[in-house]
Design a protein around this ligand. Structure first.
Ligand code: UDP
Ligand code: MN
Length: 269
């Protein structure tokens, strides 16, 4: 029950942002996000991890999922299941999921979501493959199914209307059962539910970027909405030194928001 008008324009506080992480990455990866874009969406961002920690986030925003701390499919699906259930009990219009190595252009995302209606069914993201993924059904290995999914590493968003339709396959632990049925990771399972079971399209947002694509190749950095990084794949941008900013995400943040406190601190070296 909310006093907010149903017709008002989508703003930052209508968006639920989930970051998936694991305790051993709190220092190595999460700090970077907390120091940069999360500062622009402090109240909207929730961190789903597998251990307790003292982090500078609002009370209740660090969620220990009690999922196992491994990269196995089941552990990752467990976190996604908790993210989904958490979103469903909020009154937010949009569920957006990000990995802990992803930079988000916060005002850019708000502007994007203002152009879609949360009361319609929307699955916004970027596929990692140029074709739909093909899998065999566990219950019937003869039967092949093909569907599109948005790669978790580039971030994706789901409207509340669509999230509600996912309930029979996703809520209250059923996400794990569904994931187990196709034996694929969490982001594929989301695609399976939406594109295969519910027959809803993935809308491709090509301004989302994971480290599965060549990041140094991207121009117009200010127009892009998400970025990631990996060892040999980073965005090409001037700014802080490679030593100070190996992922280039501080440089990116300070190009977008030069007045941020963190940029001052970094400039002083
Ligand atoms: N992750 C996790 N538990 C693990 C390993 C990874 O929750 O044991 C999370 C990690 O924090 C990140 C996501 O899974 O948000 C993807 O991990 P990573 O970037 O290492 O792998 P990728 O799939 O991008 O190669
Ligand atoms: Mn990654």
């Amino acid at each position: 029950p909310s006093l907010k008008s149903k017709n008002k324009r989508t703003e930052i506080d209508d968006i639920f942002i989930a970051i998936k992480t694991t305790k051993r990455y709190h220092d190595r990866r999460l700090k970077l996000l907390l120091n940069t874009w999360v500062a622009l969406a402090r109240e909207e961002t929730y961190i789903f991890t597998d251990g307790d920690d003292k982090l500078d986030v609002p009370e209740g925003h660090l969620i220990n999922t009690n999922c196992s701390n491994s990269h196995y499919r089941i552990a990752l699906s467990c976190k996604m299941a908790v993210e989904y259930d958490f979103f469903m009990i909020t009154d937010k219009r949009w569920f957006c999921h990000l990995d802990d190595d992803t930079y988000l252009n916060v005002p850019g995302l708000v502007k994007l979501l203002q152009t879609y209606n949360h009361t319609d069914d929307w699955y916004l993201g970027r596929p990692s493959l140029r074709h739909p993924i093909e899998v065999m059904k566990r219950s019937n290995p003869e039967q092949k199914i093909a569907f599109w999914f948005a790669t978790g590493g580039a971030g994706f968003c789901i409207s509340r209307s669509l999230a509600l339709k996912m309930m029979p396959h996703a809520s209250g632990g059923r996400f794990m059962t569904t994931s187990d049925m196709i034996r694929l990771p969490d982001d594929c399972t989301v695609g399976y539910i939406i594109n295969n079971l519910l027959q809803k399209e993935l809308t491709v947002i090509d301004r989302f970027h994971s480290h599965l694509e060549a990041l140094w190749w991207i121009h117009n950095l200010t127009d892009q909405l998400t970025f990631s990084y990996s060892d040999n794949n980073i965005v090409h941008i001037d700014g802080f030194s490679k030593d100070q900013d190996p992922t280039r995400l501080y440089s990116l943040h300070c190009m977008l928001f030069p007045a941020s406190d963190i940029c001052d601190t970094l400039r002083k070296g």
